[in-house]
Write a protein that binds this ligand. Structure first.
Ligand code: 2HG
Ligand code: ZN
Length: 474
């Protein structure tokens, strides 16, 4: 059980990082003590800003010996309170933002070594400068850091083609709870030397070790890209369209997002400069992207032909293919602005869930019925990464509804939704992680044998329980 740090410990920790390497005034540390969604308010006596793996190692060696809890934090964009300390005021925050160097890029090997505190946008830009693509892409990429993306196994809009963060890693540099360092920054596509240790730390949300740097996989830059906004009559038709496009273009289908009419309306209402460019209204909209590193792939013609034949078969109501990069960006803004639009609109109850794509129509239909029954003051805004079977099944507070009464329905809706997801063979946590928000659900719903293995791993790697306590495992 971690304890409150003594003044002597705080002084020693400050000494490790030196001047400019720590914060402790209430004003300075306030932004790090609450989460992006403002669900949690934490407290902390000290924020440390290490600059190297050896500083992190020295910090953890002391904290482990004195049984002081450490909460790692990247860009602080977690949807599950994964990076927020608890309210006890005893946990040290380890903010990774000064570990922000891209250490090296090997373009010929399609690899890059980046420190944990580089933003995702920074990693993407460094890859682009070397004529390479780092494909992970998500709304908060300007703020979110690669260490946090790794620790939460982030997803986003390119998973359909390139996989989640876990699939984009060759190796990791990790500091263990007792201060030992695993210097695993290999850039090998083939490496079968024993257990795959690095995988343990991906998605572990800093509960097993602190990721300080990563060797990342790069890809060829896309040279032919086509983006379209497509109105469809139903979720089933959107899935039919996805199958048609994949049959015709294979792996060149690199994005396939879905949003209901109401999400589009909210985004147009709340986000400046966003408009719906389609002339005909549709109950659902798909944002599809096809891309290829081969410039002469003719993707525009391919997509045009597919959309025409799909329209002829009643699969598509209306569609617009972007005729400029600016128009494609505007389409992405319409999709990526939904989360912010929902926040501006009022409170929302969020469910980041996944099912096999074929079960999506049933999930939406049955989930909507549940929400209408259990949260009469809410309206369902379910959107997300259709190609991955990942829905953000969110329920927004209706205008004028009482926020407190609306939020009081959270637990009952969650239970019903997660039961439904289980019945459909899905997951109650698709891409946002567990953090503190979903830790009780993991304890309740994980398979008993799997949960026991998770606890054994935690005990082996962090026997004193100092690493991000209260997150993932209870
Ligand atoms: C997205 O896909 C993000 O836009 C946020 O994952 C989802 O706000 C949400 O629920
Ligand atoms: Zn998402």
């Amino acid at each position: 059980m971690p304890r409150a740090p003594e003044p002597k410990t705080l002084a020693e920790l400050k000494e490790i990082v030196g001047s400019g390497g720590w914060l402790d005034t209430p004003a300075d540390i306030a932004p790090l003590l609450t989460d992006h969604r403002r669900l949690y308010q934490g407290a902390s006596p000290l924020v440390l800003l290490p600059r190297s793996a050896s500083e992190v190692a020295a910090i953890l060696a002391i904290c482990n010996a004195r049984e002081v809890a450490v909460v790692p934090q990247g860009g602080n964009t977690s949807y599950c309170g994964a990076a927020t300390p608890d309210a006890s005021g005893t946990q040290i925050v380890l903010a990774m933002r000064r570990m922000n160097r891209v250490r090296s890029i090997d373009a010929a090997n399609y690899s890059m070594i980046a420190e944990a505190g580089v933003t995702l946008a920074g990693v993407q830009a460094a890859a682009r400068e070397a004529s390479r693509l780092f494909p992970l892409s998500l709304g908060s990429e300007g703020t979110a850091q690669i260490g946090g993306n790794l620790s939460t196994n982030a997803g986003g809009t390119a998973v359909l083609r390139f996989g989640m963060m876990r699939d984009l890693v060759f190796g990791l540099e990790v500091v263990l709870a007792d201060g030992r360092v695993i210097p695993g920054l290999t850039s090998l596509r083939k490496d079968n030397t024993g257990y795959d240790i690095k995988s343990l730390f991906i998605g572990a949300e800093g509960t097993l070790g602190i990721i300080t740097a990563a060797s990342l996989k790069l890809f060829a830059l896309p040279r032919d890209v086509v983006t379209a906004l497509i109105g469809v009559p139903s979720v089933q038709r959107a899935l039919d369209l996805l199958v048609r496009l994949r049959d015709a273009a294979g792996d060149q289908v690199t994005g396939f997002e879905i949003m209901p009419q109401r999400a589009v309306e909210l985004c147009v209402e709340h986000i400046e400069g966003v408009a719906n460019p389609l002339t005909q209204q549709a109950p659902w909209y798909v944002l599809a992207e096809l891309s290829s590193p081969n410039a002469g792939q003719g993707l525009n013609d391919l997509l045009t032909a597919q959309l025409e034949s799909a329209a002829g078969d009643g699969v598509v109501i209306d569609a617009l293919i972007a005729n400029s990069i600016a128009q494609a960006q505007a389409m992405w803004k319409l999709r990526e602005g939904i989360a912010a639009a929902q926040t501006r609109h009022g409170q929302s109850l969020k469910h980041d869930i996944s099912v096999p794509t074929t079960a999506l129509p049933a999930l939406i239909e049955r989930g909507t019925k549940l929400a209408e029954k259990l949260v009469p003051d809410g309206e369902v805004i379910s959107y997300g990464h259709l190609g991955d079977g990942n829905l953000h099944f969110n329920v927004s507070q209706r205008r004028g509804a009482d926020a407190k009464a609306f939020l009081a329905r959270k637990a009952v809706l969650e239970e019903a939704m997660f039961d439904l997801v289980g019945e459909l063979g899905g997951s109650f946590s698709a891409e946002h992680g567990i953090g503190q928000l979903r830790a009780p659900q993991l304890a309740k719903r994980a398979n008993a044998a799997e949960l026991a293995v998770m606890h054994s791993i935690k005990k082996a790697l962090d026997p004193n329980g100092i690493l991000n306590p209260g997150k993932v495992l209870l």
